[in-house]
Design a protein around this ligand. Structure first.
Ligand code: GLN
Length: 454
């Protein structure tokens, strides 16, 4: 535990942590010692993990990487973090992220960008983005500051940063992990999951994060399977679907090559490869960038300068002016952009044209997947259309940033489990991820295919 704390302190240049909590880890290590002596070790006894700063942690600053919540100390613990502490884990600190989890590169954080340990910059090389929104999580795990971290995935925020940094991460079926105590972005999409170096570690973490919680109205009332015990890389008798619509024209050559490698490895593991069709995938990105901002605009209305965090009260300001001043100062530009898009697509006169239409597209995407899974057990696709890009590359053009989510958002809209595992390297030597998507509730099939690719 002391060595992990020292490494975290020594890795400040990556900016992966917003807050460090060395005492939490040391207490978990002490508890692990006494539990070992008493023969009552737990599944994660003494394991030091990083906690994305979107999970409320009692008495420990929780910010969503926003100035709006700077200094906010929740009086309660999120359901997922509580489960991890109950399983014996300790917290190294709160991990940086895109502000309110909105972004794909961790560059919207109020606390500064995170640097990918894959290329820290120097000489002619600009530092690389660690992906986002769980960029602190991906950087910390990939730099081996912690063996595992929590992430959240609304439209790819576990899978894409995992792909960018050469680690694994799984977003389970929507509803597996309680959303209670996770700062809300888009509630119909938000889902927690683990990021770790191996598929097995992801399975162990997920078992200790998932489970029914009556405080979350969309929590799945299902037992948590023993995913680790069920792991098997033998895919004999399994079918793997390759969605033909994902072979877009102009697909990056390295991404296509790694995808082909993945197909070959799954064949070697015994799987039969079948072509499947997801015809509405091409509408997933626009639908996501309507639905997610719409829900965000509603969720973020609570940051009014009264109930939580920041309050800006200019001299003589009335209530409306206090709201305006607080939001102007508290939210970053990307958050404001999403709120404006969200209120627009929900406004009278535009609601049917945008929001209702996007919901119809969402239903069609879910139906595409349901039909595809009549023909296969899991789907294999790239996680992202490119390897990690340099910091600053896409910040001037929000649309180019959104486009990076193109392969991630369909599974999000359909609420399906999706995992990214390392697939290989680009010609520049940067990691590329392979994405496995499974039917609802079948994380086991996803993890097993991931294991076969490892
Ligand atoms: N990159 C996507 C977005 O900016 C997804 C973020 C997420 O999954 N939290 O909305």
């Amino acid at each position: 535990a002391e060595a992990f704390n020292a490494n975290v302190a020594a890795a400040k240049a990556l900016n992966a942590f917003i807050v460090e909590t060395p005492d939490h880890v040391l207490a978990a290590a002490d508890k692990a010692d006494s539990d070992r002596a008493a023969g009552t070790l737990k599944p994660l006894s003494g394991v030091p993990i990083g906690m994305k700063d979107l999970f409320c942690t009692q008495g420990v600053q929780t910010t969503a990487a926003s100035h709006m919540l700077e200094g906010f100390q929740p009086t309660y613990e999120s359901a997922v973090s509580q489960k991890l502490w109950d399983a014996g884990a300790g917290m190294l600190g709160k991990l940086n992220l895109d502000q309110f989890a909105m972004g794909s590169s961790n560059e919207t954080s109020y606390f500064g960008n995170v640097i990918s340990p894959w290329r820290r910059g120097g000489g002619d090389n600009a530092p690389l983005a660690p992906g986002g929104s769980s960029g602190g999580s991906s950087a910390a795990v990939s730099a081996r500051l912690c063996p595992a971290a929590t992430g959240t995935d609304t439209g790819g925020s576990i899978r894409q940063p995992a792909a960018f940094t050469g680690i694994s991460g799984i977003k389970p079926t929507y509803g597996r992990c309680s959303r209670w105590g996770i700062i809300a972005f888009a509630s119909s999409l938000d889902q927690a999951g683990p990021m770790a170096r191996t598929v097995r570690d992801c399975a162990i973490m997920l078992e200790n994060m998932a489970g029914f919680d009556a405080r979350d109205a969309t929590s799945l009332d299902l037992p948590v399977p023993q995913w680790e015990a069920g792991l098997s890389g033998d895919l004999n008798g399994k079918r793997v679907g390759i969605p033909k619509e994902y072979r877009v024209e102009g697909l990056d050559a390295d991404v296509a090559r790694v995808w082909d490698d993945g197909i070959a490895w799954l064949k070697d593991a015994g799987a039969e490869i079948v072509e499947v069709s997801l015809p509405h995938s091409k509408y997933a990105l626009p639908a996501y960038y309507i639905i997610a901002p719409a829900e965000a605009s509603s969720n973020l209305a609570r940051y009014d300068g009264v109930r939580y965090g920041l309050r800006e009260l200019p001299d003589g300001a009335n209530l409306q002016e206090m709201y305006a001043a607080t939001r102007a100062a508290g939210f970053g530009p990307e958050v404001k952009r999403r709120i404006i898009i969200g209120t627009y697509v929900l406004s009278a006169g535009f609601y049917d044209a945008y929001y209702t239409q996007a919901q119809k597209v969402r239903a069609l995407i879910a139906r595409d997947f349901a039909q595809a899974f009549e023909r296969c057990d899991v789907i294999l696709a790239p996680t992202a259309p490119s390897a990690a890009f340099a910091l600053g590359d896409k910040t001037a053009d929000p649309l180019s940033m959104y486009l990076n989510d193109v392969f991630a958002v369909p599974a999000s809209l359909a609420g399906l489990p999706g995992m990214s595992v390392p697939g290989g390297l680009s010609k520049d030597g940067l990691p590329l991820g392979l994405q496995i998507i499974g039917p609802a509730f079948d994380e086991q099939a996803v993890l097993n295919a991931g294991l076969a690719l490892e």
